[in-house]
Design a protein around this ligand. Structure first.
Ligand code: GCW
Length: 843
């Protein structure tokens, strides 16, 4: 569905919802996901009752674009959920009222403000005043009021009372930003939900409605900054005409209290500025940056700052002139300083041409080795932006030791909302529990209790700036992230950045209630699916801290176990005949563990202490090494992959229990995603288990690996037109082979030889991004299913990215029945098939 179709549908729905829902019937009206958690769907009458005494008069003590948004949002939310129209009064009403006021204005109302509140703090309070009830939504600054309004509406949407309301919240840290990796041509690096909402064809898009609506979503969870262009930025970003275009985005962000920031290219003084150098210590270069910053602030007076990726993955940086990262950061920070801007310097700096033969080389060391020696050399408006783990957003990593190694430098933690290594929004993977573990980790900096959340927020070392950055990469898909349930990650990022003491379950529940309503089975099911999803994903994709065993060179999506070895990218797991894991100990390994403060290092240095889930990140061990769990490493790998895949087989069935309780379009869309995920988890399971079996030579004690009852390999069928081809990498096809149709049409046939009964039939085929092949499944002469291979998976070859399962359930089979697949290839999609699997019907 296009954006405009989505909007139309949303509007139709809104009108219909009003007609039907004015009678306060539970709404299962068609939705696109566009409204995300801000749907304001009508509450059922019983739940609405507790808000019956909500005043209808609203008074706002002053005016500003942010306050206008706050007031309009309040009216919109109350009207949607309670069917009540609020009246905005220009003077303080004599009777009951909802009052929106800054803390500064509270004295005029005879009320006292909290002492020294940080910007964005809000207070919700029920006050009796001169015999009338006043519901106060007060805040430190206009943003505080806006956040207060959203918090108030959240209470109503989740059915919490407002009787004796007295809630005060302050944002945990000043920096709560998203980064978007959007390119000026409209593509998005590691974006999985369509094209950019900001750019197209080298320009800012003419209609910025989508950007405005995004800012509203961000504001509702307390996000106050957004970098709109990719850190792999185009130098044209800083040209004068483009700055004026960016100013249009800043204009639509502003009413929601979201400040624009931009990623910049370090070589700009030379590439677009006409200088013959970009040496940060050259006075001409400093002057160029200063004049550029002045020009930008004339167009965007509230620009939040710059983000810089330098000397990383081919980006130019200070090393070109043998200057330090501090030299580079400071020249920019000084240009921003007079305007109050921040310079985010990314610590994601490593050598991607490292010699893999040297066992002492270690990419995980890079950020600490590059930046720890510079602590104290960065200006006060520089923030080091540090990925949460030392490698790169893997399904499991230890906390980056650099986060605990900077006492005199501002820092922000970079988390990834877009699921680059965690299923790319085709798999459900609720990341909030992972982030929470990271934020609650005690790095023991200076021997003290120092949780990551306190280090990054600047609380530990009393830093003036710091906080949380989430790489979001929303796109033009109507539901923003491609998978309706993936929005729990965007929501959860904002909620944790505002209050990292919230629990992942609380966040999941709050998000579910707002996104799908308060129906108990809906809430229970969705919360449990969310909570199970990261452990399940970890189980079927990556064992014991070895990383996500994905193809790390290309798509970062399907299995590609050996792709991390024998190259310079440094994501090595070093699996071989003798065992697996990176030895990062101080005693015999790369010394990475020595980058932690001693109390944290002690957790990892010895095999006895090292937690199982990070064992292979820290140690190289034999396949038969016994884990704390009592299992051998190899048996754990087999078991966890079978467990993880089995867990997600339950997802579609559990979702189906919600039919009729969720609007049809979102119900169907999520069901399709779950069906796909269940199939792809089996691809993962088999690829990983087969590869580790071949490498270790140790069979599965439970006899599952390599034995697949009911599976008929395509290469063993009677083929007409099809030819047998090897698949690369071999482990991504059952038996390493598939059949490929190089003629206009082909068939593959076999006879069912099992016991008569009802079966589920799974056809494992490859849906390449090179054409749209057609398939027919014919059982005993009758059409059982017909489908197109028209997904847009990230490869044009048969492999772990494209291997896809078509499941046809409840087919009656008699011994001797013929099962035939008829296929028509299209362009370079050769209608490849891996196998067919028959299992006694499950549902
Ligand atoms: O994980 C890698 C991604 C790159 C990304 C880089 C980074 C924007 O694969 O696409 O580039 O990280 O964070 O800079």
């Amino acid at each position: 569905m296009s954006y405009h179709d989505g909007l139309m549908l949303r509007r139709t729905c809104a009108i219909a919802a009003f007609a039907i829902c004015s009678a306060f019937m539970p709404s299962v009206c068609a939705e696109t996901g566009y409204d995300a958690w801000l749907r304001y769907a009508p509450l059922d009458p019983a739940a609405a009752k507790q808000y019956a005494r909500l005043p209808v008069a609203v008074f706002v003590s002053s005016g500003s674009p942010v306050l206008e948004s706050a007031q309009a949002e309040l009216v919109r939310g109350v009207r949607g959920m309670l069917g009540k129209t609020l009246h905005v009064e220009s003077r303080m009403p004599a009777g009951d009222a909802i009052v929106l006021a800054t803390f500064d204005a509270l004295a005029e109302l005879g009320l006292s403000a909290p002492p020294e509140p940080v910007e964005g703090t809000y207070l919700l309070k029920a006050v009796e005043r001169k015999g009338s009830s006043m519901l106060l939504i007060a805040g430190a600054g206009d943003r505080g009021i806006l956040y207060g309004v959203f918090a108030f509406l959240r209470r109503i949407a989740t059915g919490r009372g407002i009787e004796h309301l007295d809630e005060q919240e302050s944002p945990y840290a000043p920096v709560r930003w998203t980064n978007e990796w959007d390119n000026l041509d409209g593509s998005i690096e590691r974006g999985y939900a369509g094209r950019s909402i900001f750019f197209d064809g080298g320009q800012v898009v003419p209609d910025l409605t989508r950007a405005l609506d995004y800012a509203r979503l961000l504001a509702s969870i307390g996000i106050n900054g957004c970098t709109v262009n990719s850190v792999n930025t185009d130098p044209r970003t800083l040209t004068s005409p483009f700055i004026l275009e960016l100013a249009r985005i800043a204009d639509v962000f502003r009413p929601w209290g979201v400040r624009l920031s931009m990623a910049i290219d370090f070589s700009s003084p030379k590439s677009i500025g006409g200088l013959d150098t970009f040496d940060p210590l050259d006075p001409q270069v400093a002057a160029w940056w200063k004049q550029k910053a002045d020009e930008i602030y004339r167009a965007i007076p509230d620009l939040a700052g710059f983000v810089l990726k330098a000397d990383s993955e081919g980006r130019l940086g200070p090393s070109a002139y043998s200057r330090s990262h501090a030299d580079a950061a400071n020249v920019l920070a000084r240009a921003l300083k007079p305007h109050g801007g921040l310079l985010f310097y990314r610590a994601f700096v490593y050598d991607h041409h490292m010699d893999w033969r040297n066992p002492k080389n270690d990419r995980a060391r890079a950020a600490y080795d590059s930046f720890h020696p510079l602590d104290g050399q960065f200006d006060d408006n520089v923030v080091l932006q540090i990925k949460h783990g030392p490698i790169d957003f893997q399904v499991r990593e230890p906390v980056s030791p650099l986060l605990g190694a900077l006492e005199h430098t501002n820092e922000a933690i970079e988390l990834q909302i877009t699921q680059e290594y965690t299923g790319q929004q085709r798999h459900l993977c609720y990341l909030v529990p992972m982030w929470k573990e990271v934020l609650d980790f005690d790095l023991h900096a200076s021997g003290q209790v120092t949780y990551v959340k306190d280090l990054v927020s600047g609380r530990t070392f009393h830093r003036p700036a710091g906080g949380f950055v989430g790489v979001a990469n929303v796109g033009l898909d109507a539901n923003w992230l491609g998978h309706d349930l993936a929005m729990a990650n965007l929501y959860g990022f904002g909620r944790l950045a505002f209050d990292p003491n919230l629990s992942p379950r609380e966040i999941a529940e709050e998000w579910t209630r707002m996104t799908f309503g308060n129906d108990a089975p809906v809430v229970e099911t969705i919360v449990s699916l969310l909570m199970e999803s990261w452990p399940a994903y970890e189980n079927y994709t990556g064992p014991l801290g070895a990383g996500t065993l994905t193809d790390i060179i290309q798509a970062h999506y399907g299995p590609g176990i050996e792709s991390s070895e024998r190259n310079g990218w440094g994501q090595w797991h070093r699996a071989g005949a003798d065992g697996i894991g990176m030895d990062r100990t101080v005693a015999t390994g790369t010394g990475f563990i020595g980058q932690y403060w001693p109390e944290a290092a002690r957790l990892y240095e010895s095999l006895e202490n090292c937690p199982d889930d990070l064992l292979l990140f820290m140690h190289h061990v034999p396949w038969t090494h016994l884990l704390h769990s009592g299992k051998t490493v190899i048996q754990h790998i087999y078991d966890s992959h079978y467990d993880g895949a089995a867990r997600v087989q339950t997802f579609p069935e559990r979702w189906q229990e919600l039919k009729g309780r969720i609007d049809e379009p979102r119900y169907e869309a999520v069901l399709a995603k779950f069906e796909y995920q269940a199939g792809h988890a089996i691809v993962w399971r088999d690829a990983v288990c087969d590869w580790f079996f071949r490498t270790s030579g140790i069979p599965d004690a439970q006899g599952r690996v390599g034995h697949h009852p009911g599976r008929v390999e395509a290469e063993s069928m009677t083929l007409d037109g099809y030819t047998v081809e090897p698949v690369t990498p071999w482990e991504t096809a059952s038996g390493g082979k598939a059949i490929s149709c190089l003629r206009p049409a082909c068939t593959a046939t076999f006879r069912f030889e099992g016991k008569s009964g009802t079966y589920d039939i799974a056809v494992q085929y490859f849906d390449e991004n090179a054409g749209v092949a057609r398939y027919k499944l014919i059982v005993a002469g009758k059409m059982a299913a017909e489908w197109l291979a028209n997904d847009t998976l990230p490869s044009d070859q048969p492999n772990g990215h494209t291997s896809t399962r078509k499941s046809v359930r409840g087919i009656l089979l008699h011994a001797g029945d013929e099962i035939r697949i008829e296929a028509k290839p299209d362009a370079k999609d050769h209608a490849d098939i891996d196998y067919v699997e028959l299992t006694p019907a499950r549902r």
